[in-house]
Design a protein. Sequence first.
Length: 292
Amino acid sequence: MKCEIVKALLENQIAVYAVKTDSLVNSAIKKHNLSPVAAAALGRMLTVTALMGASLKNTSDYLTATLKGDGELGSLVCCADGRGLVKGYVDNPNVGHEIKDDGHLNVGLAVGKNGTLTVIKNIGLKTPYVGTSKLVSGEIAEDFAQYFVVSEQQPCSVALGVKLQKGKCISAGGVIVQVLPNCDPALLFDVETVCYAMDEISYQFESQDAKQVIERFFSQLGHLEFEPSRYCSYRCDCTTRRIERLILTLGLEDALDVVEKIGYLEVGCHFCGKKYRYDKDQIIELFQNAKK
Ligand SMILES: [Zn+2]
């Protein structure tokens, strides 16, 4: 199932991106067997990464976001590319949860509010773009909003929501609102008021698609110009070649050491769980071919 990423310009002064991501989040839950709080955290991060991916211009462009807090979940890593691929993982997918006073899962506690968010963008330049910011709350949306301001000098509002029931995601989605240069202060004030009201965003995506959510919040503020939609889905692009390059970095001696101990060398892909297994002869052949 593909998720539609909708972009609209409000009065040519504000860019709004929205995506409904229940299928993306359910793919991640299935692949990684996520606990509820891990599903909420990774789901939010996959959603914002998908939205960021929609601004990549070339199909070969690639971005990786790593959010590392001091909570039990460990690191969350999500990637998106210019073709609509989105994937991610969390270090500890089985973390138990605490419920906040408002009835929500305590994502901020599980992620941890002390840490950093780093985004690496490979957009065809000689060196990749790397931006880092400190976490604000570990609730993901605020952390990314802070990142946009600090690292990309882009004032932004980010709303992300994942609603779960019996281990499944029943509604998820996100909205990014970007203030373009020369935005009229009066319009900005109205937009800020609207953004403030978007905190229960998963409820909006329960009964509406991305375009309807944008219309509902922003059509009252001025003219909305919709751009052609883009689509994304949970996929992994791991290949034998990439895994073999990883094994080569181990060195022959260490690789054979592992084979000696357990009979084979197995490398699992963090993102999709696929296992790549090599026996002794294959390892030797791999290193011999690499020398050529
Ligand atoms: Zn993979």
